[in-house]
Design a protein around this ligand. Structure first.
Ligand SMILES: [Zn+2]
Length: 249
């Protein structure tokens, strides 16, 4: 869906129950920047189809907000086409970890017949690991023609999370630094990561966005809704820091 003059969001892509994952794209005069590639090759096809429907002659670029596979799983679709993928250099994964992730995914299939049939292979059809080939760190700017994407490091969920701010439209794509309604996933980090995460939320407040496309859950539109969601995130993080325990453990 279109969320501002130049920005679009693709919500509800397949992930792991009960999670759906989001993607989005920003259309400039000569380039279109896709933010995150979904969990698998099939999601990437969908994202590519939507994003190339507008300014069809634009050069396509991709940025990953973090290293988890629900955000980078579709990368190979884009690299196969010679499309550059930007990300924090720390997000590189190995094929071994990716294979483990696929096996874990299969184990979450509740129906034993489906699990025995290894239906994760259908989910991960044609999906292979492809790491980003370009760096995106704090202060970097990706020019799209008439509009720029500014990169902010917003660590916490992982040490390598980045957010992409489209200043003229006041739109922030922040990956899992903010999730709406879901409990945020704190399990990948420890107390220090969660303290860093609080600072990342301060960074978001300082940018003063009007619309946030979170990594998961509905789009957060309007300053009042953003304030409520950021306070919810802060409260969960503060409790976790105090108890030294992620809320889901
Ligand atoms: Zn995620």
């Amino acid at each position: 869906m279109k969320i501002s003059k130049s920005c679009y969001a693709i919500t509800g892509l397949s992930a792991e129950t009960p999670w759906a994952v989001n993607s989005g794209f920003v259309v400039g005069d000569y380039s279109t920047l896709i933010i995150d590639t979904g969990s698998n090759y099939l999601s990437a096809q969908t994202i590519f189809g939507y994003s190339t429907g507008i300014n069809q002659d634009n050069k396509c670029l991709v940025v990953n907000t973090e290293p988890h596979f629900d955000h980078i799983g579709g990368n190979s679709f884009f690299r196969e086409r010679g499309i550059d993928i930007f990300a924090h250099p720390g997000i590189r994964r190995t094929q071994e970890i990716f294979n483990q992730n696929k096996e874990e995914f299969n184990r979450t299939i509740q129906n034993s017949v489906r699990q025995a049939a290894n239906e994760a292979e259908a989910f991960f059809y044609n999906t292979i690991l492809a790491n980003p080939n370009k760096s995106a760190i704090q202060g970097d700017i990706i020019s799209l023609g008439g509009i720029e994407a500014k990169i902010f490091e917003t660590p916490g969920h992982t040490p390598f999370n980045i957010s992409i701010f489209i200043e003229p439209d006041c739109v922030l794509y922040c990956g899992d630094c903010v999730v709406s309604e879901y409990l945020p996933n704190l399990e990948a980090g420890d107390q220090q990561d969660w303290i860093n995460w609080l600072q990342a939320i301060d960074t978001i407040v300082s940018l003063d966005p009007v619309t946030i496309v979170p990594g998961h859950g509905r789009i957060i539109a309007g300053k009042r809704s953003i304030k409520v969601e950021l306070e919810r995130m802060r409260s969960i993080l503060n409790t976790a820091i105090k108890d030294s325990k992620a809320p889901t453990l």
